[in-house]
Design a protein around this ligand. Structure first.
Ligand SMILES: Nc1ncnc2c1ncn2[C@@H]1O[C@H](COP(=O)(O)OP(=O)(O)OP(=O)(O)O)[C@@H](O)[C@H]1O
Length: 311
């Protein structure tokens, strides 16, 4: 893969995917640039795995362009691609070190190099003493660590990770994030599906939020925050907070209110308007909506609909 080119590493344009008569992806477009870590976010069933499968040629897209390095993906060029699929699974009846060495050889490493790399990795993820154990004797989380090792062997230039930390305890989740961050620092481009906003905030340069196969927001985290009005004002006051086209009052208590800024307007203007309308302002703090809050806004109504159906 040649990172000097201007073409993005991943380009998805007007991608549509139908299963039978159901359209699950509607004209989706986004790109991933060389060296960035890109968060692919969305509620369950929003189409993340389908998009990855179409990108890797596992599914035939109904319409659109899905390119890696300027061309549709083909496995022959795949040696520098690391893919951790949503469905996990390796050959379970072999020992951990044999399985890892085997995959290393498939990725073009010599046997000794593959073995040495694998032993160092197992040490890193506290599995050194399991090297000779059959894979199916490991816990689910331990097996996942082995699978991540297999995925990042041979330093792929593009890493596609479908929920890499799913099912991990907090300590191991942090360890996995450290490992992903190292890959990023070594220059890898990373496409990562995750439901953990903490991971997004720590690792991702840009994100896309998918809902029912459509993009709801796309950009850097500050850009996404801006796309959602972005700012909340916490106001301590006395008097009466007037209605305004600039904000929506989301909390109104005696002497305390929260206002969501709905228009691109300077907060100083809102403060001035409040004072001019006779509000005595005792405290005025602004903060950006967190990704968690944005997520709840985008997907909250889905759960309401599900609850409604259940009722
Ligand atoms: N092979 C298939 N045939 C029919 N429908 C499918 C197929 N694969 C996925 N779907 C449907 O496409 C939609 C998107 O599924 P997908 O697995 O891409 O979601 P996801 O965003 O990865 O979800 P999750 O977070 O739960 O993994 C779902 O409604 C799913 O039922």
């Amino acid at each position: 893969m040649d990172h000097r080119q201007t073409e993005p590493i991943v380009r998805i344009q007007d991608f549509r995917m139908d299963f039978g008569r159901t359209t699950v992806i509607h004209d989706l477009s986004f790109e991933i640039r060389a060296g960035e870590t890109f968060g692919f976010l969305g509620s369950n069933g929003s189409g993340k795995t389908t998009t990855i499968r179409a990108l890797l040629g596992i599914y035939e897209p109904t319409a659109g362009i899905l390119h890696i390095d300027g061309r549709p993906f083909s496995p022959e060029r795949g040696s520098r691609l690391g893919y951790l699929p949503e469905e996990r699974g390796l050959y379970k009846k072999e020992s951990v070190i044999d399985v890892m060495t085997y995959f290393g050889r498939l990725k073009g490493l010599g046997k000794q190099d593959a073995r040495a790399w694998s032993l160092a990795y197992l040490e890193r993820v506290s599995l050194a003493e399991k090297a000779a154990v059959r894979l199916d004797k490991l816990s689910g989380g331990q097996q996942q660590k082995v699978q991540l090792g297999v995925t990042i062997m041979n330093q792929p230039e593009l890493l596609i990770l479908d929920e890499p930390t799913k099912g991990f305890d907090p300590v191991n989740r942090r360890l996995l994030m450290d490992i992903i961050e190292e890959q990023k620092r070594a220059g890898a481009t990373v496409l990562m599906v995750t439901h953990q906003m903490e991971e997004v905030e720590r690792l991702c340069d840009r994100v896309i939020l998918l809902k029912n196969g459509r993009s709801e927001a796309y950009g850097t985290i500050p850009e996404v925050q801006d796309q959602f009005g972005g700012t909340t004002i916490r106001l301590r006051y006395s008097g009466e907070v007037p209605d305004s086209p600039h904000y929506r009052v989301t909390t109104r208590e005696r002497n305390y209110a929260e206002l969501d800024v709905v228009e691109a307007v300077d907060e100083a203007v809102i403060l001035r308007d409040l004072v001019e309308s006779g509000v005595q302002v005792r405290g005025f703090e602004t903060s950006k909506l967190s990704l968690d809050e944005i997520f709840l806004r985008v997907y909250g109504d889905e759960n309401a609909a599900i609850e409604g159906e259940a009722a």
